[in-house]
Ligand binder design. Structure first.
Ligand SMILES: [Zn+2]
Length: 512
Protein backbone atom coordinates (compact mmCIF):
# COMPACT_ATOMS: atom_id res chain seq x y z
CA UNK A 1 0.00 0.00 0.00
CA UNK A 2 1.01 3.57 -0.64
CA UNK A 3 -0.26 6.61 1.21
CA UNK A 4 -0.29 9.97 -0.55
CA UNK A 5 -0.54 12.68 2.09
CA UNK A 6 -0.72 16.45 2.38
CA UNK A 7 -2.33 17.27 -0.97
CA UNK A 8 -5.34 19.05 -2.43
CA UNK A 9 -7.65 16.77 -4.38
CA UNK A 10 -9.76 18.19 -7.19
CA UNK A 11 -13.45 18.39 -6.23
CA UNK A 12 -12.86 17.03 -2.73
CA UNK A 13 -12.10 18.24 0.80
CA UNK A 14 -9.86 15.25 1.43
CA UNK A 15 -6.11 15.81 1.81
CA UNK A 16 -4.84 12.25 1.46
CA UNK A 17 -5.54 8.93 -0.19
CA UNK A 18 -4.45 5.35 -0.04
CA UNK A 19 -3.50 3.25 -3.04
CA UNK A 20 -3.58 -0.53 -2.77
CA UNK A 21 -2.11 -2.21 -5.83
CA UNK A 22 -3.67 -0.30 -8.70
CA UNK A 23 -6.82 0.84 -6.86
CA UNK A 24 -7.65 3.95 -4.85
CA UNK A 25 -8.60 2.22 -1.62
CA UNK A 26 -9.54 5.15 0.57
CA UNK A 27 -9.74 8.93 0.53
CA UNK A 28 -9.68 11.03 3.68
CA UNK A 29 -7.70 13.26 6.02
CA UNK A 30 -3.96 12.79 6.56
CA UNK A 31 -4.75 11.33 9.97
CA UNK A 32 -7.26 8.80 8.64
CA UNK A 33 -4.91 7.60 5.92
CA UNK A 34 -1.87 7.47 8.22
CA UNK A 35 -3.83 5.17 10.53
CA UNK A 36 -4.22 2.62 7.73
CA UNK A 37 -0.52 2.47 6.97
CA UNK A 38 1.90 0.02 8.54
CA UNK A 39 5.62 0.60 8.90
CA UNK A 40 6.24 -1.34 5.71
CA UNK A 41 4.03 0.89 3.58
CA UNK A 42 5.35 3.77 1.54
CA UNK A 43 4.22 7.21 2.52
CA UNK A 44 4.51 10.12 0.10
CA UNK A 45 4.26 13.74 1.20
CA UNK A 46 2.84 15.76 -1.71
CA UNK A 47 3.67 19.12 -0.06
CA UNK A 48 0.24 20.62 -0.62
CA UNK A 49 0.25 19.94 -4.35
CA UNK A 50 -2.86 19.46 -6.48
CA UNK A 51 -4.15 16.04 -7.56
CA UNK A 52 -6.36 15.47 -10.61
CA UNK A 53 -7.48 12.28 -12.34
CA UNK A 54 -4.94 11.24 -15.02
CA UNK A 55 -5.62 13.14 -18.24
CA UNK A 56 -7.26 11.35 -21.15
CA UNK A 57 -6.25 12.46 -24.65
CA UNK A 58 -9.14 11.11 -26.68
CA UNK A 59 -7.58 11.41 -30.14
CA UNK A 60 -3.93 11.26 -31.16
CA UNK A 61 -1.37 9.16 -33.06
CA UNK A 62 1.05 7.50 -30.64
CA UNK A 63 3.36 5.86 -33.18
CA UNK A 64 3.69 9.05 -35.19
CA UNK A 65 4.45 10.96 -32.01
CA UNK A 66 7.18 8.50 -31.04
CA UNK A 67 8.69 8.63 -34.52
CA UNK A 68 8.63 12.41 -34.47
CA UNK A 69 10.35 12.51 -31.07
CA UNK A 70 12.88 9.87 -32.10
CA UNK A 71 14.13 11.80 -35.11
CA UNK A 72 16.58 14.61 -34.58
CA UNK A 73 14.44 17.66 -33.90
CA UNK A 74 16.31 20.64 -35.30
CA UNK A 75 13.75 23.43 -35.17
CA UNK A 76 15.24 25.02 -32.08
CA UNK A 77 18.79 25.19 -33.43
CA UNK A 78 19.70 28.76 -34.31
CA UNK A 79 23.05 28.14 -36.06
CA UNK A 80 24.45 25.57 -38.50
CA UNK A 81 27.01 24.54 -35.86
CA UNK A 82 24.19 23.70 -33.47
CA UNK A 83 22.41 21.63 -36.12
CA UNK A 84 25.54 19.63 -36.90
CA UNK A 85 26.37 19.18 -33.23
CA UNK A 86 22.88 17.84 -32.56
CA UNK A 87 23.03 15.40 -35.47
CA UNK A 88 26.43 14.17 -34.30
CA UNK A 89 25.25 13.65 -30.72
CA UNK A 90 22.17 11.84 -31.95
CA UNK A 91 24.29 9.47 -34.04
CA UNK A 92 26.52 8.66 -31.11
CA UNK A 93 23.58 7.88 -28.81
CA UNK A 94 21.25 6.04 -31.26
CA UNK A 95 21.87 2.88 -33.20
CA UNK A 96 19.52 3.41 -36.13
CA UNK A 97 20.32 2.52 -39.74
CA UNK A 98 19.56 6.04 -40.95
CA UNK A 99 19.98 9.38 -39.20
CA UNK A 100 16.80 11.30 -39.94
CA UNK A 101 16.17 14.83 -38.78
CA UNK A 102 13.76 17.63 -39.40
CA UNK A 103 13.28 21.32 -38.84
CA UNK A 104 16.56 23.08 -39.66
CA UNK A 105 16.42 26.68 -40.91
CA UNK A 106 18.88 28.20 -43.38
CA UNK A 107 21.03 26.00 -45.63
CA UNK A 108 23.21 22.92 -45.23
CA UNK A 109 25.39 20.92 -47.62
CA UNK A 110 26.63 17.40 -48.26
CA UNK A 111 30.19 18.17 -47.15
CA UNK A 112 29.04 19.22 -43.69
CA UNK A 113 27.10 15.96 -43.28
CA UNK A 114 29.93 13.85 -44.73
CA UNK A 115 32.14 15.28 -42.02
CA UNK A 116 29.81 13.62 -39.50
CA UNK A 117 29.63 10.29 -41.32
CA UNK A 118 30.33 8.75 -44.69
CA UNK A 119 29.25 5.30 -43.42
CA UNK A 120 25.76 6.04 -42.19
CA UNK A 121 23.15 7.74 -44.38
CA UNK A 122 22.00 11.10 -43.04
CA UNK A 123 18.84 12.86 -44.30
CA UNK A 124 17.72 16.16 -42.84
CA UNK A 125 14.49 17.82 -43.91
CA UNK A 126 14.33 21.59 -43.85
CA UNK A 127 11.68 23.26 -41.64
CA UNK A 128 9.48 23.96 -44.73
CA UNK A 129 9.34 20.23 -45.64
CA UNK A 130 10.12 20.91 -49.31
CA UNK A 131 13.90 20.59 -49.19
CA UNK A 132 16.17 17.89 -47.84
CA UNK A 133 19.94 17.79 -47.40
CA UNK A 134 21.63 14.38 -47.46
CA UNK A 135 25.17 13.03 -47.19
CA UNK A 136 27.06 11.01 -49.83
CA UNK A 137 26.02 7.69 -48.33
CA UNK A 138 22.33 8.56 -48.64
CA UNK A 139 22.81 9.61 -52.27
CA UNK A 140 24.61 6.35 -52.96
CA UNK A 141 21.90 4.19 -51.33
CA UNK A 142 19.20 6.06 -53.23
CA UNK A 143 21.08 5.44 -56.49
CA UNK A 144 21.32 9.17 -57.17
CA UNK A 145 24.14 10.22 -59.49
CA UNK A 146 25.04 13.52 -61.13
CA UNK A 147 22.75 12.55 -64.02
CA UNK A 148 19.62 11.63 -62.06
CA UNK A 149 16.57 13.71 -63.01
CA UNK A 150 13.10 13.67 -61.45
CA UNK A 151 9.81 15.11 -62.69
CA UNK A 152 8.60 17.83 -60.35
CA UNK A 153 11.80 17.73 -58.36
CA UNK A 154 15.38 18.88 -58.37
CA UNK A 155 18.68 17.41 -57.25
CA UNK A 156 21.80 19.50 -56.64
CA UNK A 157 24.24 16.60 -56.52
CA UNK A 158 27.30 18.57 -55.42
CA UNK A 159 25.60 20.08 -52.40
CA UNK A 160 23.42 17.06 -51.53
CA UNK A 161 20.31 19.19 -51.82
CA UNK A 162 17.15 17.34 -52.86
CA UNK A 163 13.88 19.16 -53.55
CA UNK A 164 10.16 18.34 -53.86
CA UNK A 165 9.45 15.02 -55.70
CA UNK A 166 13.12 14.05 -55.60
CA UNK A 167 12.74 13.65 -51.83
CA UNK A 168 10.76 10.42 -52.47
CA UNK A 169 13.89 8.83 -53.94
CA UNK A 170 15.47 9.13 -50.51
CA UNK A 171 12.33 8.16 -48.58
CA UNK A 172 11.93 4.94 -50.57
CA UNK A 173 15.33 3.75 -49.48
CA UNK A 174 14.84 4.31 -45.77
CA UNK A 175 14.23 0.96 -44.13
CA UNK A 176 10.80 0.18 -42.78
CA UNK A 177 11.23 0.25 -39.02
CA UNK A 178 11.48 -3.21 -37.43
CA UNK A 179 9.28 -4.25 -34.51
CA UNK A 180 11.83 -3.15 -31.93
CA UNK A 181 11.95 0.32 -33.46
CA UNK A 182 8.15 0.56 -33.47
CA UNK A 183 8.09 -0.51 -29.82
CA UNK A 184 10.65 2.17 -29.07
CA UNK A 185 8.42 4.78 -30.77
CA UNK A 186 5.50 3.65 -28.64
CA UNK A 187 7.64 3.79 -25.50
CA UNK A 188 8.93 7.32 -26.07
CA UNK A 189 5.55 8.57 -27.26
CA UNK A 190 3.94 7.19 -24.11
CA UNK A 191 6.64 8.78 -21.98
CA UNK A 192 5.96 12.14 -23.57
CA UNK A 193 2.27 11.72 -22.70
CA UNK A 194 3.13 10.79 -19.11
CA UNK A 195 5.29 13.90 -18.75
CA UNK A 196 2.17 15.91 -19.56
CA UNK A 197 -0.05 14.11 -17.07
CA UNK A 198 -1.68 11.76 -19.58
CA UNK A 199 -2.51 8.19 -18.53
CA UNK A 200 -5.02 7.13 -21.22
CA UNK A 201 -5.24 7.86 -24.93
CA UNK A 202 -7.42 7.21 -27.94
CA UNK A 203 -4.82 6.52 -30.62
CA UNK A 204 -4.99 6.01 -34.38
CA UNK A 205 -1.98 3.91 -35.47
CA UNK A 206 -2.91 1.15 -37.93
CA UNK A 207 -1.96 3.03 -41.10
CA UNK A 208 0.78 5.22 -39.68
CA UNK A 209 4.37 4.39 -40.59
CA UNK A 210 4.02 0.74 -41.70
CA UNK A 211 0.41 0.49 -42.98
CA UNK A 212 -0.04 -3.02 -41.63
CA UNK A 213 -2.86 -3.19 -39.07
CA UNK A 214 -2.06 -6.78 -38.01
CA UNK A 215 1.56 -5.99 -37.28
CA UNK A 216 0.69 -2.91 -35.23
CA UNK A 217 -1.99 -4.87 -33.40
CA UNK A 218 0.55 -7.59 -32.48
CA UNK A 219 3.04 -5.08 -31.20
CA UNK A 220 0.51 -3.36 -28.95
CA UNK A 221 -0.80 -6.70 -27.69
CA UNK A 222 2.71 -7.88 -26.84
CA UNK A 223 3.51 -4.66 -25.03
CA UNK A 224 0.28 -4.78 -23.05
CA UNK A 225 0.82 -8.40 -21.95
CA UNK A 226 4.39 -7.59 -20.99
CA UNK A 227 3.09 -4.56 -19.06
CA UNK A 228 5.29 -2.25 -21.05
CA UNK A 229 2.67 0.37 -21.89
CA UNK A 230 2.75 3.41 -19.61
CA UNK A 231 -0.44 4.80 -21.12
CA UNK A 232 -3.69 2.95 -21.65
CA UNK A 233 -4.31 2.75 -25.38
CA UNK A 234 -7.76 2.69 -26.94
CA UNK A 235 -7.00 1.95 -30.59
CA UNK A 236 -8.95 3.97 -33.15
CA UNK A 237 -8.85 1.52 -36.03
CA UNK A 238 -8.18 2.86 -39.49
CA UNK A 239 -8.11 0.65 -42.62
CA UNK A 240 -7.03 1.08 -46.23
CA UNK A 241 -10.17 -0.54 -47.61
CA UNK A 242 -13.31 -2.39 -46.58
CA UNK A 243 -11.73 -5.83 -47.17
CA UNK A 244 -8.98 -5.10 -44.70
CA UNK A 245 -11.66 -4.10 -42.17
CA UNK A 246 -13.67 -7.26 -42.87
CA UNK A 247 -10.56 -9.38 -42.32
CA UNK A 248 -9.99 -7.69 -38.98
CA UNK A 249 -13.57 -8.47 -37.94
CA UNK A 250 -13.15 -12.05 -39.22
CA UNK A 251 -10.16 -12.44 -36.90
CA UNK A 252 -12.55 -11.81 -34.02
CA UNK A 253 -11.64 -8.21 -33.32
CA UNK A 254 -14.24 -5.56 -32.61
CA UNK A 255 -14.72 -2.64 -30.22
CA UNK A 256 -13.92 -3.47 -26.58
CA UNK A 257 -11.77 -6.53 -27.31
CA UNK A 258 -8.61 -6.33 -25.18
CA UNK A 259 -7.73 -5.33 -21.65
CA UNK A 260 -7.40 -2.10 -19.67
CA UNK A 261 -3.95 -1.41 -21.19
CA UNK A 262 -4.73 -2.04 -24.85
CA UNK A 263 -8.26 -2.16 -26.11
CA UNK A 264 -9.89 -1.97 -29.52
CA UNK A 265 -11.77 1.29 -29.83
CA UNK A 266 -13.93 2.64 -32.66
CA UNK A 267 -13.48 2.42 -36.41
CA UNK A 268 -11.80 5.60 -37.62
CA UNK A 269 -12.53 7.19 -41.00
CA UNK A 270 -10.75 10.18 -42.50
CA UNK A 271 -13.19 11.94 -44.79
CA UNK A 272 -11.40 15.19 -45.68
CA UNK A 273 -8.21 17.24 -45.20
CA UNK A 274 -7.27 20.18 -43.00
CA UNK A 275 -8.25 23.83 -42.62
CA UNK A 276 -4.64 25.08 -42.54
CA UNK A 277 -3.87 23.58 -45.96
CA UNK A 278 -7.37 24.43 -47.34
CA UNK A 279 -7.98 20.74 -48.04
CA UNK A 280 -10.94 20.38 -45.66
CA UNK A 281 -14.08 19.82 -47.77
CA UNK A 282 -16.28 22.94 -47.81
CA UNK A 283 -19.74 23.46 -49.31
CA UNK A 284 -18.65 26.88 -50.62
CA UNK A 285 -15.18 27.96 -51.80
CA UNK A 286 -12.68 29.18 -49.23
CA UNK A 287 -13.22 32.82 -48.34
CA UNK A 288 -9.48 33.58 -48.72
CA UNK A 289 -8.98 31.45 -51.86
CA UNK A 290 -12.13 31.15 -54.00
CA UNK A 291 -10.34 28.81 -56.41
CA UNK A 292 -10.77 25.86 -54.05
CA UNK A 293 -13.27 24.30 -51.67
CA UNK A 294 -11.06 21.45 -50.54
CA UNK A 295 -12.29 17.93 -51.11
CA UNK A 296 -13.51 14.63 -49.73
CA UNK A 297 -10.96 11.84 -49.30
CA UNK A 298 -13.66 9.12 -49.29
CA UNK A 299 -16.73 8.51 -51.44
CA UNK A 300 -20.22 8.69 -49.91
CA UNK A 301 -20.69 4.97 -50.68
CA UNK A 302 -17.51 3.99 -48.85
CA UNK A 303 -18.43 6.00 -45.76
CA UNK A 304 -21.81 4.30 -45.68
CA UNK A 305 -20.38 0.83 -46.26
CA UNK A 306 -17.84 1.20 -43.46
CA UNK A 307 -20.36 2.59 -40.97
CA UNK A 308 -22.89 -0.15 -41.71
CA UNK A 309 -20.35 -2.93 -41.37
CA UNK A 310 -19.05 -1.47 -38.10
CA UNK A 311 -22.61 -1.21 -36.82
CA UNK A 312 -23.20 -4.90 -37.49
CA UNK A 313 -20.33 -5.72 -35.16
CA UNK A 314 -21.35 -3.24 -32.44
CA UNK A 315 -18.41 -1.05 -33.28
CA UNK A 316 -18.80 2.70 -33.34
CA UNK A 317 -17.42 4.85 -36.13
CA UNK A 318 -15.64 8.13 -35.55
CA UNK A 319 -15.09 10.36 -38.55
CA UNK A 320 -12.46 12.97 -39.13
CA UNK A 321 -14.59 15.67 -40.76
CA UNK A 322 -13.34 19.26 -40.65
CA UNK A 323 -15.09 21.18 -43.44
CA UNK A 324 -18.89 21.61 -43.45
CA UNK A 325 -19.20 19.53 -46.64
CA UNK A 326 -17.49 16.58 -44.94
CA UNK A 327 -19.69 17.05 -41.87
CA UNK A 328 -22.76 17.00 -44.17
CA UNK A 329 -21.71 13.69 -45.73
CA UNK A 330 -21.00 12.04 -42.42
CA UNK A 331 -24.20 13.32 -40.81
CA UNK A 332 -26.22 12.02 -43.76
CA UNK A 333 -24.93 8.50 -43.03
CA UNK A 334 -25.33 8.83 -39.26
CA UNK A 335 -28.91 10.08 -39.78
CA UNK A 336 -29.94 6.60 -40.91
CA UNK A 337 -27.54 4.38 -38.99
CA UNK A 338 -27.24 5.69 -35.42
CA UNK A 339 -29.65 4.27 -32.86
CA UNK A 340 -31.64 6.56 -30.57
CA UNK A 341 -29.46 7.99 -27.79
CA UNK A 342 -26.32 6.83 -29.64
CA UNK A 343 -25.42 3.93 -27.31
CA UNK A 344 -22.28 3.03 -29.33
CA UNK A 345 -20.86 6.58 -29.22
CA UNK A 346 -20.57 7.17 -32.95
CA UNK A 347 -18.92 10.51 -33.39
CA UNK A 348 -17.13 13.32 -35.12
CA UNK A 349 -13.44 14.04 -34.72
CA UNK A 350 -12.47 17.75 -34.74
CA UNK A 351 -15.89 19.52 -34.87
CA UNK A 352 -14.49 22.68 -36.42
CA UNK A 353 -16.36 24.20 -39.34
CA UNK A 354 -20.07 23.64 -38.75
CA UNK A 355 -23.38 25.28 -39.60
CA UNK A 356 -26.18 25.65 -37.03
CA UNK A 357 -28.31 22.91 -38.63
CA UNK A 358 -25.39 20.49 -38.33
CA UNK A 359 -24.89 21.36 -34.67
CA UNK A 360 -28.61 20.72 -34.16
CA UNK A 361 -28.37 17.23 -35.64
CA UNK A 362 -25.28 16.37 -33.57
CA UNK A 363 -27.17 17.36 -30.40
CA UNK A 364 -30.39 15.65 -31.44
CA UNK A 365 -28.62 12.36 -32.18
CA UNK A 366 -26.26 12.77 -29.19
CA UNK A 367 -23.25 12.18 -31.41
CA UNK A 368 -19.93 12.01 -29.59
CA UNK A 369 -17.59 14.94 -30.19
CA UNK A 370 -13.82 14.58 -30.09
CA UNK A 371 -12.55 18.16 -29.92
CA UNK A 372 -8.99 19.53 -29.85
CA UNK A 373 -9.03 22.85 -28.00
CA UNK A 374 -5.26 23.07 -28.48
CA UNK A 375 -5.99 23.83 -32.16
CA UNK A 376 -7.44 27.20 -31.08
CA UNK A 377 -3.90 28.54 -30.61
CA UNK A 378 -3.25 28.49 -34.37
CA UNK A 379 -6.74 28.32 -35.85
CA UNK A 380 -7.92 31.48 -34.05
CA UNK A 381 -5.48 33.37 -36.27
CA UNK A 382 -6.76 31.95 -39.60
CA UNK A 383 -10.28 30.54 -39.36
CA UNK A 384 -12.24 33.72 -40.10
CA UNK A 385 -10.22 34.40 -43.25
CA UNK A 386 -10.60 30.79 -44.33
CA UNK A 387 -14.37 30.44 -43.93
CA UNK A 388 -15.75 33.98 -43.72
CA UNK A 389 -17.41 35.64 -40.74
CA UNK A 390 -20.85 34.02 -41.13
CA UNK A 391 -19.68 30.42 -40.95
CA UNK A 392 -17.06 31.39 -38.35
CA UNK A 393 -19.90 32.31 -35.93
CA UNK A 394 -21.05 28.71 -35.60
CA UNK A 395 -17.62 27.08 -35.89
CA UNK A 396 -15.69 25.47 -33.00
CA UNK A 397 -18.98 25.50 -30.99
CA UNK A 398 -17.47 23.73 -28.00
CA UNK A 399 -19.77 25.03 -25.24
CA UNK A 400 -22.95 24.36 -27.21
CA UNK A 401 -21.76 20.84 -27.93
CA UNK A 402 -20.61 20.30 -24.34
CA UNK A 403 -24.00 21.23 -22.96
CA UNK A 404 -25.90 18.95 -25.31
CA UNK A 405 -23.79 15.85 -25.89
CA UNK A 406 -20.61 14.00 -24.91
CA UNK A 407 -17.49 16.05 -25.60
CA UNK A 408 -13.98 14.73 -24.96
CA UNK A 409 -10.74 16.56 -25.67
CA UNK A 410 -7.35 15.75 -27.15
CA UNK A 411 -4.38 16.99 -29.14
CA UNK A 412 -4.28 14.99 -32.39
CA UNK A 413 -0.58 14.71 -31.47
CA UNK A 414 1.86 15.06 -33.17
CA UNK A 415 -0.24 17.62 -35.06
CA UNK A 416 -0.13 19.54 -31.76
CA UNK A 417 2.16 18.06 -29.14
CA UNK A 418 0.13 16.77 -26.19
CA UNK A 419 -0.45 19.41 -23.54
CA UNK A 420 -3.78 19.00 -21.70
CA UNK A 421 -3.13 21.99 -19.46
CA UNK A 422 -2.73 24.17 -22.55
CA UNK A 423 -5.87 22.50 -23.95
CA UNK A 424 -7.76 23.36 -20.75
CA UNK A 425 -6.59 26.98 -20.88
CA UNK A 426 -7.52 27.39 -24.55
CA UNK A 427 -10.95 25.78 -24.06
CA UNK A 428 -11.60 28.37 -21.32
CA UNK A 429 -10.10 31.47 -22.96
CA UNK A 430 -10.35 30.75 -26.71
CA UNK A 431 -7.50 33.25 -27.09
CA UNK A 432 -4.42 32.34 -29.11
CA UNK A 433 -1.19 32.51 -27.14
CA UNK A 434 1.37 32.37 -29.97
CA UNK A 435 -0.38 33.48 -33.17
CA UNK A 436 -2.90 36.16 -32.15
CA UNK A 437 -6.67 36.23 -32.54
CA UNK A 438 -9.52 34.81 -30.50
CA UNK A 439 -12.70 32.84 -31.05
CA UNK A 440 -16.26 33.67 -29.97
CA UNK A 441 -16.30 34.03 -26.19
CA UNK A 442 -19.84 32.64 -26.00
CA UNK A 443 -18.35 29.22 -26.61
CA UNK A 444 -15.78 29.29 -23.76
CA UNK A 445 -16.00 26.33 -21.41
CA UNK A 446 -15.68 27.00 -17.70
CA UNK A 447 -12.74 25.42 -15.91
CA UNK A 448 -14.66 22.42 -14.52
CA UNK A 449 -16.07 21.68 -17.96
CA UNK A 450 -12.65 21.95 -19.58
CA UNK A 451 -11.15 19.59 -16.97
CA UNK A 452 -14.05 17.18 -17.54
CA UNK A 453 -13.29 17.01 -21.28
CA UNK A 454 -9.82 15.69 -20.40
CA UNK A 455 -10.93 13.36 -17.55
CA UNK A 456 -14.41 12.01 -16.88
CA UNK A 457 -15.80 12.69 -20.37
CA UNK A 458 -12.78 11.00 -21.95
CA UNK A 459 -13.41 7.98 -19.72
CA UNK A 460 -17.06 7.96 -20.71
CA UNK A 461 -16.15 8.22 -24.38
CA UNK A 462 -14.05 5.05 -23.98
CA UNK A 463 -16.74 3.27 -21.88
CA UNK A 464 -14.34 3.23 -18.89
CA UNK A 465 -16.03 5.76 -16.60
CA UNK A 466 -16.87 3.04 -14.09
CA UNK A 467 -13.15 2.83 -13.25
CA UNK A 468 -11.35 5.84 -14.75
CA UNK A 469 -11.73 9.60 -14.88
CA UNK A 470 -12.26 10.33 -11.18
CA UNK A 471 -10.29 10.32 -7.92
CA UNK A 472 -12.74 8.06 -6.12
CA UNK A 473 -12.62 5.06 -3.81
CA UNK A 474 -12.66 1.84 -5.85
CA UNK A 475 -11.41 3.59 -9.00
CA UNK A 476 -8.12 2.76 -10.73
CA UNK A 477 -5.17 4.78 -9.42
CA UNK A 478 -4.45 6.90 -12.51
CA UNK A 479 -3.69 10.44 -11.44
CA UNK A 480 -1.54 13.49 -12.03
CA UNK A 481 0.05 15.76 -9.43
CA UNK A 482 0.35 19.44 -10.40
CA UNK A 483 2.57 21.95 -8.59
CA UNK A 484 -0.35 24.35 -8.10
CA UNK A 485 -4.13 24.25 -7.73
CA UNK A 486 -5.33 25.36 -11.18
CA UNK A 487 -8.78 26.23 -9.83
CA UNK A 488 -7.11 29.14 -8.01
CA UNK A 489 -5.09 30.40 -10.95
CA UNK A 490 -5.89 32.97 -13.59
CA UNK A 491 -7.31 31.08 -16.61
CA UNK A 492 -4.67 32.61 -18.87
CA UNK A 493 -1.95 31.09 -16.67
CA UNK A 494 -3.19 27.47 -16.41
CA UNK A 495 -0.83 26.26 -19.16
CA UNK A 496 2.18 27.41 -17.11
CA UNK A 497 1.45 24.89 -14.36
CA UNK A 498 4.02 22.11 -14.08
CA UNK A 499 3.21 18.42 -13.93
CA UNK A 500 5.19 17.03 -10.97
CA UNK A 501 4.18 13.37 -11.03
CA UNK A 502 2.03 11.03 -13.09
CA UNK A 503 0.75 7.70 -11.76
CA UNK A 504 -0.76 5.04 -14.04
CA UNK A 505 -2.24 1.84 -12.63
CA UNK A 506 -0.74 2.65 -9.22
CA UNK A 507 2.79 3.02 -10.62
CA UNK A 508 4.76 6.24 -10.94
CA UNK A 509 5.36 6.68 -14.69
CA UNK A 510 6.68 10.23 -14.53
CA UNK A 511 8.34 12.26 -11.83
CA UNK A 512 9.99 15.65 -12.14
ZN1 LIG B 1 -5.81 12.57 -36.13
Amino acid sequence: MKGYLNCKIYNSDATAFLVKGNIIEKIGTDEQIQKELSELDECIDLNGMFVLPGFIDSHMHLLNLGQYLNNVMLSECSTTEEVLEKVKNHMESHDSAWIVGRGYHGDLNKQQLDAISTEKPIALTRVCGHVMTVNSKALELAGITEDTAVDGGQILFDSGRVEENAIYLIHEKMPEPDDDTLKEYIRIGAQYCNAHGITTIGSDDFLSIVKDPKRILNIFEQMSYQEKLTVRVNEQCEFENINQFAEFLDDGYTMDVGNDFFRIGPLKLITDGSLGARTAAMVNPYHDDPSTKGGMTMSDEDIEMFVKLANKFNMSTICHAIGDEAVDKVLAVFQDTVLEGNPLHHGLVHCQIMRQSQIDQVLKQKLSCYIQSQFIDYDASIYKERVGSVLAKTSYPFKTLYEGTLVSNGSDSPVELNDPLLGIQLACTRKSIHFGGEMSQKECLDLDQAIATFTQNGAKQLFMDDRLGYIKEGYIADFVVLEEDITEKDLSDVANTRVMMTVMDGKVVFER
